[in-house]
Ligand binder design. Structure first.
Ligand SMILES: Cc1cc2nc3c(=O)[nH]c(=O)nc-3n(C[C@H](O)[C@H](O)[C@H](O)COP(=O)(O)OP(=O)(O)OC[C@H]3O[C@@H](n4cnc5c(N)ncnc54)[C@H](O)[C@@H]3O)c2cc1C
Ligand SMILES: [Zn+2]
Length: 615
């Protein structure tokens, strides 16, 4: 038997599911451990697939790497489980089928914290264990992350001359997680030396066929397709797949027409599915040519609804004042709307609305932003955290904001749920602030997260957060630079309380062209000052500031005056060096931020007239 030769001459059939078959048999443990604890069961499943017509068996070692086995306390068993996996498949194959050593991705569909170094280490250990038992090839599967697959493929290429099947998994139809199209992914994998490039899992035959229609035949490599039985259904807390083997079989013919040379099955498939494939494709040869549908590139219109200069552009050349006015925590928006009106009259350029700041629920900021826009003709800035919405929610939210013309947004990670009123709530964090900034930039190019056309370009103006209240300012500046590289167009800082810090921020960021809005939040009382000084991470108030607030004591009027006076001093220093000022309204006390706004406008206009007199 010569795999590479046979692959060009006739269609080959792969195995079907192992994991979901064991799961549907009621097994709920580490499937790969069964290679050692219940070898007969694994061998008999391989045998059932062989009898159904499979030409390629794959070892039951999909998740048998250090990082996944560790979850079961089996990290010391990597070698034994993998070696035993190949031995069992060989025993079942009895020389009548090829046996490939299976290696599954370590990063799954969700973002994982595993570094590439950890992945490589785990991968190498698994690969060496499989190779000890002389498989006929290596099958890499369920790789949502192309970068991970490219990395491990290179390692296999360096370690062995055995045939390699490299299977990605699609995110949206035709696209991988990173937005790259299947056709390009196949070309890259072929260039790196995969004998077979393919797709497995997540989608059923229908979507695999549709995706292949836009994929051309590779120059050298062959194509493998391992669809799931169907899309999964969620019944009584378990994932179940519709089992229609005949449909699976007839789909195999279409997959062949679209270029597949190997057809197997992934989740939800059974020996009956593989038998149906065998009946359908018999001993046909793979196609040598095919019609490739051109990719539908929808016309992306440029959205030209720009009415005002974006805030980040404005802040490059003239004084720009943003004031944060947070949505109320209770129903009833009278004082919020009054506050917004007062701030508008005071001369703010925009009102920014936090997204459930401090991880506690507030009236949704997009609803209030809409009211501000429509009722008060204010162009608000909407904060968006990565905490409360998953990848679906974030994309839908952005499309909604774009549709109603709320394009000024501030992207932040978001305070974690555990600090807020519902500490048990999930902090989603499907995306980091860097990822979300990149995604919005991609929206502005007319593409969704996974690279599908949105039909139009969005026109978001992307602000990001800069926290200078950290031990190492240079690290925070590096994060800014990374955010700029992702697409950030301006920065708003955490509140700053000392003149020295304004100077430090200026020195540390003066090389950047991206405008910075310096955050200033007036203190409201001595208690407020002491809380910030003693409990808020990273913030230390200068002694004179704490003393001044303490002198005002419990008197609310004196405290307000003192709070505004201290903020004025900070404003004076900030306005000399930065055009952007970001005033944060404490506890809906908008009269304080309105007073500061008027103050800035007044001193600016005074300066302008002084300059005019000199001229
Ligand atoms: C202008 C502004 C507006 C905000 N609006 C909201 C809001 O609407 N809703 C809300 O819930 N929260 C809000 N926050 C709070 C913010 O989400 C938290 O401060 C969050 O922890 C940091 O988010 P980020 O996007 O600035 O940080 P990112 O740069 O995305 O950092 C994320 C995490 O990385 C770590 N990190 C950051 N910098 C460093 C560093 N120098 N060294 C080591 N680790 C680091 C921290 O753990 C941090 O939490 C706002 C903050 C700012 C500055
Ligand atoms: Zn699968």
């Amino acid at each position: 038997m010569n795999f590479r030769k046979e692959l060009k001459e006739r269609m080959l059939i792969g195995e079907g599911a192992m994991g979901t078959l064991l799961y549907s048999n009621g097994i709920d443990q580490c499937y790969e451990e069964l290679n050692c604890t219940n070898p007969d069961q694994i061998e008999s499943i391989h045998r059932a697939y062989l009898e159904a017509g499979a030409d390629i068996l794959q070892s039951n070692t999909y998740g048998a790497n250090f990082n996944k086995l560790k979850r079961y306390g089996l990290e010391d068993e990597v070698s034994r489980i993998n070696r035993q996996g190949v031995i069992l498949a060989k025993k079942a194959a009895k020389g009548k089928a090829y046996v490939f050593g299976t290696i599954g991705a370590q990063r799954s569909i969700r973002k994982s914290d595993l570094s590439m170094e950890e992945i490589k280490r785990g991968f190498r250990e698994q690969l060496y264990s499989l190779l000890m038992e002389n498989p006929d090839g290596i099958l890499l599967e369920t790789f949502y992350d192309l970068e991970e697959l490219e990395t491990v493929l290179q390692i296999v290429k360096n370690e062995t001359g055995l045939p390699i099947i490299a299977n990605v998994s699609m995110h949206e139809l035709g696209n991988l997680q990173s937005g790259i199209h299947l056709n390009e992914a196949f070309q890259k994998l072929e260039q790196l030396g995969a004998d077979v490039v393919g797709v497995n899992c997540r989608l059923g035959p229908h979507h695999m066929i549709r995706a292949l229609e836009e994929v051309s035949l590779p120059k050298q490599a062959s194509i493998a397709i391992y669809p799931n039985a169907s899309l999964p259904d969620y019944v009584d807390g378990r994932l179940v797949y519709k089992a229609v083997p005949e449909y699976f079989g007839s789909s195999a013919l279409e997959l062949r027409e679209q270029g597949a040379a190997i057809i197997g099955g992934c989740c939800g498939t059974t020996p009956l599915h593989i038998q149906a494939v065998k009946h359908a494709i018999g001993s046909l040869a793979p196609v040598k040519e095919k019609f490739t549908k051109s990719r539908e590139i929808e016309v992306i219109e440029v959205n030209d609804r720009e009415l005002e200069l974006p805030l980040y552009e404005k802040a490059k050349t003239e004084r720009t004042i943003l004031v944060e006015l947070d949505p109320p925590k209770k129903l009833g928006i009278e004082s919020f709307m009054t506050g917004a009106e007062v701030l508008k009259k005071a001369g703010v350029d925009s009102i920014t609305l936090a997204d459930n700041s401090l991880a506690s629920p507030r009236i949704s900021n997009d609803a209030l932003a809409n009211l501000l826009k429509n009722q008060l003709n204010i162009n608000p800035m909407v904060h968006i955290t990565c905490r409360d919405r998953n990848l679906i929610g974030l994309q839908s939210h952005l499309m909604g904001l774009q549709t109603v013309g709320l394009n000024e947004i501030l992207i932040i990670t978001g305070d974690p749920s555990k600090i807020g009123d519902f500490p048990g709530a999930t902090s989603v964090y499907d995306l980091s602030s860097f990822d979300l900034i990149s995604m919005v930039k991609q929206f502005n190019e007319g593409l969704s997260y996974s690279g599908q056309s949105l039909g139009q370009r969005a026109n978001f103006k992307i602000a990001a957060a800069f926290n200078p209240n950290v031990k190492y300012l240079d690290k925070a500046v590096q994060r800014m630079e990374k955010k700029i590289a992702c697409g950030a167009q301006s920065f708003l800082t955490q509140p700053i309380y000392s003149l020295e810090q304004i100077e430090e921020v200026y020195e540390a960021t003066k090389h950047l062209e991206t405008p910075i809005f310096i955050g200033i939040m007036p203190l409201t009382s001595t208690r407020n000052a002491e809380f910030i000084h003693n409990e808020i991470p990273g913030i230390k108030l200068p002694d004179n500031v704490r003393r001044a607030m303490a002198l005002a004591g419990d008197d609310p009027v004196k405290s307000r005056i003192e709070g505004v006076n201290i903020a004025r001093e900070l404003v004076d220093s900030a306005r000399e060096k930065f055009k952007g000022i970001y005033l944060i309204t404490p506890f809906l006390r908008y009269e304080m931020t309105a007073e500061l706004t008027k103050y800035i406008r007044k001193v600016d206009s005074k300066q302008t007239s002084e300059v005019a007199v000199h001229e």
